[in-house]
Design a protein around this ligand. Structure first.
Ligand code: TRP
Length: 451
């Protein structure tokens, strides 16, 4: 293949993986889940999952990729033909995520445009968001715009440009997130919200909290969908895998926690400290943030513009990496060129993105188990398929090729400090955990139990 290139060292790898990982998941999805599932407790469960389960799975995926030098479908097949289906299954997940990712990306684009027009005050009004997404043509227009930009970049294959851009955008993103978080901490009455966000309330523990935290971990760290296998295949044998994984996980989690810090407490405050009233759903970022900016006076317009610009870039680097994955699978699978593959994928994306968008308006009557179409795709990928792929990956590594195969790969470039934990996680803890989660989530969606 033309591009089995390697990254320009560990920093290049970490940056590329981080810019794929940091996206809407961190800034849009994490805060609303944290608000929905009881703030501090969600945070705690999330962090525990990241440093144990997430860490082990990411090491396994990156090592699989580097060991085989292949992207996901090829990697499993090369090590054991009988497991090839796991690779195929992983490759399907980005194709489910991307259509609705583009819908949200479209919302972000619309907000950016609104701030560019200097109409940030309008965006802060109560029914601006629901009015917008409930409409028919405007959300489709912005979704298409976002999708087209993603399409053009993937078509041109400007991988270098994206890497360059993320080198500038990532630090800028951090600066802005930190800056706005600090500002929001100066708002009156905010500390009650901060306490809600940071202090765990153990009485709110539930299986759905763990399920949501785990789904979020997969989504945010781009795990259980073959992405990290592909990235690992570009990594040099001399680059330290364990250290890279630690960098990526902390970077990704840090941005998510900060984004939550600037969104959840302010939302909590706006809704009068009533945790039940926070509209903790996909709309949280779009309803709360404009209000925060509006309360900043004139400066808020500029900050709002910058905020949505950076969210847009974070979303774009992720959507490009998602589409790139889907396109490369289609190219390999059907033996067609990039251009044709891009066009086919574009058509497919439209077909799924349009209903996802209309599900908030004219097609709102279509609901499956109480979920809108967008929520349904989100649920299918994050709560069902990703745990399934994670389970298969654990079984594959734990019992088919054995954890030592991964450990040896890691040890080519460094010691494997957390090897013991890795083995225990992959062989025992993670599989048992995931099976429990899968069963309860299926029973829940069938209405047999209520989480
Ligand atoms: N991790 C990305 C985020 O937090 C979303 C995502 C999921 C993704 N899977 C991916 C990005 C695959 C790139 C590639 O928003």
């Amino acid at each position: 293949m033309e591009e089995r290139s390697s990254f320009s060292g560990r920093l290049g790898f970490v940056l590329a993986a981080a810019s794929s990982a940091v996206g809407l998941g961190n800034i849009w999805r994490f805060p609303y889940l944290a608000a929905k599932y009881g703030g501090g407790l969600f945070l705690l469960v999330y962090i525990i999952l990241v440093v144990t389960f997430g860490f082990s799975l990411m090491v396994a995926e990156i090592a699989l990729g580097r060991k085989t030098g292949l992207s996901v479908i090829g990697a499993y097949k090369k090590l054991d033909k009988r497991w090839a289906f796991t690779g195929v299954l992983s490759a399907i997940i980005p194709a489910i995520i991307l259509p609705y990712y583009c819908v949200i990306g479209g919302w972000v684009t619309k907000y950016l445009a609104t701030y560019i027009q200097g109409a940030g005050e309008m965006a802060a009004q109560d029914d601006f968001f629901t009015g917008f997404i409930g409409n028919t043509v405007p959300p489709l227009f912005w979704m298409s715009l976002f999708l087209l930009v993603t399409f053009v970049v993937v078509l041109l294959g400007v991988k270098k440009g994206i890497e360059m851009a993320s080198k500038f955008l990532m630090p800028l993103l951090i600066l802005l997130v930190v800056g706005i978080a600090i500002y929001s901490l100066t708002l009156p009455g905010i500390w009650e919200g901060v306490a809600f966000y940071l202090i765990p309330d153990f009485s709110r523990f539930s299986i759905s909290l763990v399920l949501a935290a785990m789904g979020q971990m997969f989504f945010s760290m781009s795990l259980a969908m073959g992405i990290m296998v592909t990235y690992g295949s570009y990594l040099k044998k001399s680059d330290d895998i364990e250290k890279s994984v630690k960098n990526i996980e902390w970077f990704d989690t840090g941005i998510a926690i900060l984004a939550g810090l600037l969104i959840v407490p302010t939302a909590f405050m706006f809704f009068g400290g009533d945790a039940e009233k926070i509209q903790a759903g996909p709309s949280l970022m779009f309803i709360t943030m404009p209000k925060v900016f509006s309360s900043m006076g004139g400066a808020g317009q500029v900050v709002g513009l910058l905020f949505f610009l950076l969210v847009l870039f974070a979303a774009l680097t992720s959507s490009i990496s998602l589409m790139e994955t889907v396109v490369s699978v289609v190219m390999d699978r059907f033996g067609i060129g990039r251009k044709l593959a891009c066009i086919l994928v574009l058509v497919y994306l439209f077909l799924l993105a349009v209903p996802s968008s209309l599900g908030f308006g004219v097609w709102g009557f279509i609901q499956v188990a109480g979920m809108t179409i967008l929520d349904l795709f989100d649920f299918l990928s994050n709560s069902l398929l990703m745990p399934l792929v994670a389970l298969l990956t654990c079984l594959f590594v734990g019992y088919a090729i054995k954890p030592s195969a991964i450990a040896q790969e890691v040890q080519l470039s460094s010691q494997f400090k957390r090897e013991k934990m890795f083995v225990v996680m992959i062989k025992y803890v993670a599989p048992i955990f995931v099976v429990g989660i899968l069963i309860s989530s299926i029973l829940n969606s069938l209405g047999i139990i209520t989480l």
